[in-house]
Design a protein around this ligand. Structure first.
Ligand SMILES: Nc1ncnc2c1ncn2[C@@H]1O[C@H](COP(=O)(O)OP(=O)(O)O)[C@@H](O)[C@H]1O
Ligand SMILES: [Mg+2]
Length: 248
């Protein structure tokens, strides 16, 4: 089976803080894979290592069968990246921003296709600083898709979005996958993981504590027996990671 991501025994510390502690998982080609975990679990650190933005302290990473050390140029062309917090240049318009990102790639979609994909045609000439949160998030997806990537990384793509923008993003991802794309995302929304992800890993304290299809996780660990509704992925998540708040 062809793998999009192979992540083995990944380690990363910041001083005394162990952010990633022996984390392993694999993402298959064409799959949508979710990393779920409380704040501070190590999701962003992991995804940034896979994106080639951070160097790990230990472990082994292969992306699209390539390695960052030897194949960075090729990988950059084949990946789409949406960071947890994207800072755009305020004094560029939406169209100029997309044009800039498109210029980083040898091949890719046209500016009109990208604007259409995220329904920002009407905002083509607007300053980025004037966009709403949902519109900015859609712009960052358009930029991540500019090079027609084989693999898309999304770090909390829908945090803080209104329900309409969330659904719109889900549609974009569905279309991306229909065209053969692979997705690795993090999310705090269990319904989102349940809807979008073929498989999920629940991460805590820097390593994977459970991994399977949402359906199998619900069936195996499930909700406490007293719960009368059918178990959800959120029940599984809470029972594995506990109920105390994480503000890391
Ligand atoms: N640049 C950094 N310097 C120091 N500590 C960091 C840094 N980035 C993340 N951390 C710490 O590493 C741990 C994992 O963080 P992160 O990967 O952002 O988790 P998540 O995305 O799951 O919330 C947390 O304890 C966080 O405070
Ligand atoms: Mg994070």
């Amino acid at each position: 089976m062809e793998l999009a991501v192979r992540c083995q025994n990944l380690q990363k510390r910041y001083g005394d803080v162990v952010a990633v502690d022996g984390l392993s998982f694999e993402v298959r080609r064409g799959e949508c894979y979710g990393l779920l975990g409380p704040n501070g679990a190590g999701k962003t650190t992991t995804i940034e290592i896979l994106e080639g933005l951070l160097a790990p302290d230990g472990g082994d990473v292969e992306v699209l069968g390539r390695r960052w050390k030897t194949d960075e140029q090729e990988l950059r062309q084949r990946l789409g990246v949406q960071l947890q917090e994207t800072q755009f240049t305020d004094k560029l318009t939406v169209e100029e921003t997309i044009r800039l990102f498109r210029s980083f790639y040898h091949r890719g979609k046209t500016i009109d296709e990208l604007l259409g994909l995220v329904e920002l045609e009407g905002k083509r000439g607007s300053w980025v600083v004037k966009l709403s949160g949902g519109q900015k998030q859609r712009l960052s997806i358009a930029c991540a898709l500019a090079g027609d990537p084989d693999l898309l990384f999304l770090d909390e793509p829908t945090t803080g979005l209104d329900p309409q923008s969330r659904r719109q993003l889900w549609n974009v991802l569905t279309r991306f996958r229909e065209s053969g794309g692979t997705v690795l995302l993090t999310t705090h929304y269990m319904d989102e993981a349940q809807t979008l992800c073929d498989r999920v890993a629940i991460v805590d304290h820097g390593h994977v504590i459970a991994e399977d299809t949402p359906k199998a996780l619900i069936a195996s660990l499930g909700a406490p027996k007293v719960v009368v509704h059918e178990g959800t992925l959120e029940d599984v998540f809470m029972s594995l990671t506990g109920r105390h708040l994480r503000e890391a």
